[in-house]
Ligand binder design. Structure first.
Ligand SMILES: [Zn+2]
Length: 111
């Protein structure tokens, strides 16, 4: 789809490179909006939390990392909340018999 005029709200032009997710992007130039951004929160054994942000290309489905400095802090914090809610949902699902299956579906929806 071609953008004729940008809508209101934050958006940014980014290229699909697969950076931070193993590379292999298709090099499409995309207009990325708030809804396209996903937060990834990783906690290591020592309890250190690392947060990163990315978007998934609609052309090739590759995820590309976006540096924090390019995303307004208000969007960053709302995405972190979404990620925590997603994680809470995954934790609950793990108690179900078919939890593993649901867990994969859940992750794939956001990668
Ligand atoms: Zn792509």
């Amino acid at each position: 789809m071609k953008i004729l005029e940008r809508g209101p709200g934050w958006n940014i032009q980014l290229r699909c490179t697969g950076k931070g997710f193993g590379g292999g992007g298709c090099n499409s130039l995309l207009l990325v909006e708030k809804d396209d951004i996903v937060a990834f929160i990783e906690k290591d054994m020592g309890g250190v939390t690392e947060t990163s942000f990315g978007f998934r290309c609609p052309v090739c489905n590759t995820t590309t990392c976006v540096s924090e400095s390019k995303i307004p802090s208000s969007i960053q914090s709302s995405k972190i909340v979404e990620c925590e809610q997603r994680r809470a949902k995954v934790m609950r699902m793990e108690h179900n018999y078919d939890g593993l299956y649901s867990w994969y579906i859940n992750i794939w929806n956001f990668l």
